[in-house]
Design a protein around this ligand. Sequence first.
Ligand code: NAD
Length: 458
Amino acid sequence: MATSTTPVVKVLEPATEELLAELPQAQIEDVEEAIARAKGAFPAWRAVAPSDRAALLRRFAEAIEDRSEDLAKLETRNVGKPIADARDEMGMVVHLFHYMAAAPERLFGKTIPVAGGIDMTFREPLGVVGLITPWNFPLWLETTKVAPALAAGNTVVLKPAELTPLTALEVERIGRDAGLPEGVFNVVVGPGRTVGERMVVHPDVAKIAFTGSTEVGKRVGQLAAQSIKRVTLELGGKSANVIFADADLEQAALSAPSAVFGNAGQDCCARSRILVERPALDRFMEVFEKAVSALRVGDPLDEQTQMGPLISAGQRSTVASYLEDGAPIAFRGASPEGPGYWFAPTVLCPVSNDDRVAREEVFGPVAAVIPFDDEADAIRLANDTIYGLSGSIWTSDGGRALRVARAIDTGTLSINSNTSVRVNTPFGGFKQSGLGRELGPHALEYYTELKNVYMSTG
Ligand code: NAD
């Protein structure tokens, strides 16, 4: 309950540094109330007939689609991402709600032949699910959790990042208007250390689905372990874009900027280590430089813009610190003057895989180009990281493409492409990039518990 002394969350517009919104900051009692509402709504929501739950989720998806241009503009202003990217994300949000709306009617169990009777399995909802999300793809990452959680019959409490809570609040309203029952979908806006942690330790929360940094993910995992709470973690990455000399170099180099500077580099899938086979290095750098200088960096609301600002002044100083370690700057792209958390796309070359910029997730528009000698060297370098989220392989040799794909320890790989995420295919990390999978048919396993029932036929 907000009073005149309630602390506020100030939401800024990264392209202008101006205040975009001011919201009351949730306190512990607010998160307790949200969890109680979700707990109260669970028995009725799990009992809704699968076809009715599916129909409601479809109506929710259609209502979001009707508002998608407004949501895209709001996301653009709040995150600083180009409007064209925000529109793509809204398209994926709507697609994912529709995809998951089919799930309530397809959550099949199995029958298993056993002695003296019949054995059946059921997929049961978990109860109240707590969702904690970051600021880089706010509504998209929220949807990767909300859509399967609701489809499987759970109720949810979502805590978006404080920097970017606006579209989540809007979608909560849209859900209410579309007919989601009271208490099924709740949003609380507050700090991770208090509100987030309360969700993680709360006895009435059955599962936490977290996307964020590996550091905070470890803490969430530790706290959740105290009550054996179910947990899925989508964490950081330091993915490799592996370019062999036999690849279509032109295509690899022209596509590399979006793979590392998309969302201003604030992308867990960013291919921020570009591994290039030595004989191809000069040609690759020549085309890559032209492509980076042609990147349109500027006003996120301009239809032509390809890269916006960073999310905050703090993020800008963190990113800048990676240019002070001594790795040579090969070239930089453009960035506007004036207010806004701008940072020019920057390419470092040659970088050693032992340099800090190659070991840590920069989360900004800084690419490290690392030359390699042969296939074995490429695999060794690609795997020499604590992370394993994403990556790409560029080669014209089909056998090599699959050999290397099998050898790299990462959750999502693209061959002759830099795309990572699809609504209907699984996504998640190896190693310290996470635990569990989102998207695709597998996602539902992480929002249900497997129950086994035996019935005697004797
Ligand atoms: P973050 O870890 O700082 O915060 C993420 C969320 O956790 C926020 O909502 C925050 O308030 C909350 N939080 C912070 N401390 C908490 C605590 N002690 N207990 C509970 N909740 C807490 O991450 P960020 O800076 O918002 O986002 C950037 C990170 O997210 C990067 O590391 C990036 O790679 C990662 N990320 C991963 C994926 C993926 O799918 N693997 C996708 C996007 C971003």
